[in-house]
Design a protein around this ligand. Structure first.
Ligand code: FE2
Length: 181
């Protein structure tokens, strides 16, 4: 799926959730900034970035874990398998699937190459819920506040926090190194 079609698909699915659409557009902008680091994979990550949260659309919800639901919808629509994998595994998905008993459903998708998974997670965690650029530490704190301590997302994000911040750091380091060379 080309970026222009991915953009229109995400725009129509997320029209009912304006804040998710603002967030998704920022995630795409962050992906564009990573272009020098991503090289030939830049387009793939950009497509995954704009589509990463379509699993929140009411017509797409199935298991209730938005990463899996979005990836299933996209696979069904014939989208590139690596894009589906990036949507399936982005951010705290593996931890959330474990909490929800959906690890088998998640593993129906191949785990994406780690540099690309790091990249989409970096883009997601540097984009706030309203579409502003945010610091990943405050972003994770905001998610933990938004979902109460007994919510599955809260538990998953608490467990995932160190790994997620390490992913963000790896990308930030590559970005700095690429900028210097
Ligand atoms: Fe997101």
């Amino acid at each position: 799926m080309h970026l222009s079609l991915a953009y229109r698909t995400a725009e129509s699915l997320l029209a009912e959730i304006p804040s998710r659409w603002s967030h998704s557009r920022r995630v795409l902008e962050q992906a564009r900034l990573l272009a020098p680091v991503l090289g030939a994979d830049g387009e793939l990550v950009a497509v995954a970035a704009i589509l990463h949260d379509v699993g929140y659309a009411a017509s797409v919800v199935d298991t209730g874990q938005h990463m899996i639901d979005g990836a299933r919808y996209l696979r069904h629509s014939g989208v590139d398998p690596t894009v589906c994998s990036l949507v399936a595994y982005h951010s705290s998905s593996e931890w959330e699937a474990a909490e929800l008993g959906l690890s088998a459903e998640l593993s129906a998708f191949r785990r994406p190459p780690s540099e690309l998974l790091d990249a989409i997670t970096y883009c997601d965690l540097t984009s706030g819920p309203d579409g502003t650029v945010v610091d990943p530490v405050s972003r994770l704190d905001e998610v933990l506040r938004r979902y109460g301590a007994d919510h599955v997302v809260h538990r998953a994000v608490s467990a995932a926090r160190p790994a997620l911040l390490a992913m963000v750091d790896r990308v930030a380091k590559r970005l700095t190194e690429t900028g210097r060379s």
